[in-house]
Design a protein around this ligand. Structure first.
Ligand SMILES: O=C(CO)COP(=O)(O)O
Ligand SMILES: O=C[C@H](O)COP(=O)(O)O
Ligand SMILES: [Zn+2]
Ligand SMILES: [Zn+2]
Length: 309
């Protein structure tokens, strides 16, 4: 099975009022856990690679691992660059075999974000690759930069329409209150669903993307802390809100933090109970299973995309 773009996935997701999961990958065990879950659930799947992941694992290793996953699973998979910050990294991923890239010009002034996005769209579309862009700015940690809540800005609905028209972008990440990382909210999670509804009405049949959408599942945070971790005050986006977003034009939901927490909770528990183990396979096997179980849960109960291949 060759790589696919997200175009058909989003069309079906939009019509079916569900979302496709975009999971961040950094190594073999993470890829295997996610892909096994999607295979068992017969779910559409986006694997995404950040600049940090490329630096950690190298482009070639990640591409080859995803090629292996395609062959082994026979699933249609979209391989996406997450938060590409300039034209060069997008070009490098387009030339290097990705089927989708994100150009994240959200920190630029509106006109500069449009110009940069348009340049990537022109290059990508000529080569059959799709593009996600971002308008508005999320709070939280992204590429080791911590965007404070006061620097975050919600997406302006009218600007979103102009941005999509002028760039020809295939999907748009919007800011409605979600944030990257494990510490998303001090108090209660509040998302601006009115804003989402307005944007979605102004852009009918257009796929929206939600970043910073991990739930920061308490079972994993508690397990980390029970077995020696110090993850205090972590909080994510409640699952019912994500399900609601999936019915309102959000076709792609990004999940990284929940993968990290599931893996770390499993490894911590393993070492606490098996202090004499030192073979990586002994602790990475249950960690891979933990990722698989968590992704299956997301597919069924949060994304609502089980059986939607
Ligand atoms: O948006 C993300 C990747 O682009 C991940 O968000 P989380 O930190 O909520 O998992
Ligand atoms: O949005 C950010 C993703 O969670 C990727 O994080 P990273 O840059 O640490 O790989
Ligand atoms: Zn961003
Ligand atoms: Zn993101």
């Amino acid at each position: 099975m060759p790589l696919v773009t997200s175009q058909e996935m989003f069309k079906k997701a939009y019509a079916g009022q569900y979302a496709v999961g975009a999971f961040n990958v950094n190594n073999m065990e993470i890829i295997q856990g996610i892909v096994e879950a999607a295979k068992e659930e017969q779910a559409p799947l986006i694997l995404q690679v950040s600049a940090g992941a490329r630096k950690y694992a190298k482009h070639i290793y990640l591409i080859k691992l995803v090629e292996a996953a395609l062959e082994d699973s026979n699933l249609p998979i979209c391989l996406h660059l997450d938060h590409g910050e300039d034209f060069e990294i997008c070009k490098s991923c387009i030339d290097g075999g990705f089927s989708s890239v994100m150009i994240d010009g959200s920190k630029l002034p509106f006109e500069e974000n449009i110009a940069l996005t348009k340049k990537v769209v022109d290059y990508a579309h000529e080569r059959g690759v799709v593009v996600e862009a971002e308008l508005g700015r999320l709070a939280g940690i992204e590429d080791a930069v911590n965007v404070s809540a006061k620097d975050a800005t919600y997406t302006d609905p009218d600007q979103a329409v102009e941005f999509v028209e002028r760039t020809g972008v295939d999907s748009l990440a919007i800011a409605i209150g979600t944030s990257h990382g494990a510490y998303k909210f001090k108090g209660e999670c509040k998302l601006d669903f009115d804003r989402l509804e307005t944007i979605s009405k102004l852009l009918p049949n257009f796929p929206l993307v939600l970043h910073g959408a991990s739930t920061v599942l308490p079972e994993f945070v508690d397990k980390c802390n029970q077995f020696g971790g110090q993850i205090k005050g972590a909080q994510g986006v409640p699952e019912d809100m994500l399900l609601r977003a999936g019915k309102m034009g959000v076709c792609k939901i990004n999940i990284d933090t929940d993968l990290r927490l599931a893996m770390t909770a499993s490894v911590r528990e393993h070492f606490a109970n098996n202090p004499s183990d030192f073979d990586p396979r002994q602790y990475l096997k249950p960690a891979r299973e933990a990722i698989k179980g968590m992704v299956k849960h997301k597919i069924r109960n949060v994304l609502n995309c089980s059986g939607r291949l």
